[in-house]
Design a protein around this ligand. Structure first.
Ligand SMILES: [Zn+2]
Length: 426
């Protein structure tokens, strides 16, 4: 369903339905309660709501899943952000002695926004995205996911589409949640390669020897570079973009290439020439000449908003929050289907609300049975809610969150280890 079918004006009518019948509260609570391992972990978590007319309410907190549900159904937030786990209940932060209310823990989070790539994408700018530049998000996820797992040993990474033009990563491992501000900064700095603002021409500078992490990242970029940068972004096809690339190579190489490009029009062959010249240089000079690698990284390496990652108390948009502008739900991304993930396929709130109204075969009888059963109201409501999201395009994303949570639960119980031992016996 195209985004044009969503009308932002309909949001006030759709949100009550969404929070009453579709929002996956039980999975959401299961996630943020982290197995109840630490006392008051859920209770001391900050939520903030953006309400109609941009009214922003910070320091919301809830004792139980039920309280969270009731409050969200009452407030119908346009946007939900998740903050830190504090020393005290955030909704009582005014009542504790000043200086004692402190952010203690939070998932390590990453925020990647397509607008930060505006100088290296030619297809769109600002808030716009298309299937061509979405490749940048795919590359970012591949690079960061590998590094966070292999280089840092994290295992529980929840990748989430922001609902508009970017992705978020929630690293949920206990060790990640307990990281200090200094440690978070160190991780964010380790993962940052593209440096400098608009005035900086050469934003990636490699030195000898190239760090193994950068080599691994280059392997990912190489996989996408030809199709993405040469074919789709045409970085070596028109004068303006060629000038931008040539600003990143040494003077003599630039001259050579300009001459070569007068007769050679094929972007692959042009890139081949550039690579060959880099190789010659590397053989001739002792000092590192990695301009072709620098270009690949400058055009494709993930651009992180490091401030989001550094702070423990920094808020980040919650999964399953609605994006008010596009109406799209902020859904978790299953990395097994990353290559085919299409942000334009992500359901909008209007679509899933409409799907609820579609009649289903055999549904009338089912509902009649329910009335007959005379169960207590809450049970019926609870069971209906489970079925409700399953009847919509939201189902597969909730199912994926369930699998993610199962993975965390297994690792708490040490079952992963036991299972891997069992598997060895087969
Ligand atoms: Zn684009």
């Amino acid at each position: 369903m195209p985004s044009s079918d969503y009308d932002p004006a309909s949001l006030p009518d759709l949100l009550p339905l969404y929070y009453r019948r579709l929002f996956p509260f039980s999975q959401y609570y299961r996630w943020l309660n982290y197995g109840g391992v630490q006392k008051n972990y859920f209770q001391n978590r900050e939520f903030s709501f953006t309400l109609k007319d941009d009214i922003y309410v910070r320091y919301q907190s809830f004792s139980t899943q039920n309280e969270l549900e009731k409050e969200m159904q009452k407030m119908n937030p346009y946007k939900i952000d998740i903050g830190a786990v504090y020393s005290h209940r955030p909704n009582q932060h005014n009542t504790v002695k000043s200086g004692t209310f402190q952010a203690l823990e939070k998932e390590l989070v990453f925020d990647i926004d397509m607008t930060d790539y505006d100088d290296v994408r030619s297809c769109c700018s600002a808030a716009d995205i298309c299937s061509k530049c979405w490749t940048l998000m795919t590359i970012a996820i591949r690079i960061l996911d590998r590094a966070l797992r292999d280089d840092f040993g994290f295992r529980h990474l929840l990748w989430v589409y922001s609902g508009r033009r970017g992705v978020h990563c929630w690293v949920c491992d206990e060790a990640a949640r307990k990281l200090s501000v200094a440690a978070r900064s160190a991780v964010a700095e380790y993962l940052s390669l593209v440096k400098g603002g608009e005035e900086t021409v050469r934003k990636v500078v490699l030195t000898d020897p190239i760090h193994p992490f950068i080599r691994e990242s280059l392997t990912v970029v190489e996989h996408y570079f030809s199709q993405y940068a040469l074919q789709e972004q045409n970085i070596l096809s028109n004068k303006e973009s060629i000038d931008k690339v040539l600003a990143l190579v040494p003077e003599d190489v630039r001259k050579d290439l300009l001459q070569h490009f007068q007769t050679e029009k094929n972007p692959e062959k042009r890139w081949g020439r550039l690579k060959a010249l880099a190789k010659n240089k590397q053989a001739a000079v002792k000092k590192g000449q990695y301009f072709e690698k620098e270009i690949m990284l400058q055009y494709c390496y993930p651009r992180l908003d490091v401030n989001v990652s550094k702070g423990v108390n920094h808020l980040l948009k919650s999964p399953f929050s609605v994006h008010p502008k596009t109406g799209r739900i902020s859904v978790p991304i299953d990395l097994r289907e990353l290559e085919t993930f299409d942000p334009f396929d992500v359901p909008t709130i209007s679509l899933i609300c409409e799907e609820l109204d579609r009649p289903r075969k055999g549904e009338e009888e089912e509902e009649e049975d329910e009335t007959k059963e005379k169960e207590n109201e809450k049970d019926v409501a609870e069971r209906r809610k489970i079925r409700d999201y399953k009847r919509t395009s939201l189902a597969k994303y909730v199912k994926y969150l369930d699998q993610f949570l199962d993975g965390m639960a297994r690792s708490w119980k040490g079952e992963l280890l036991r299972k891997s031992d069992l598997q060895k016996d087969f």
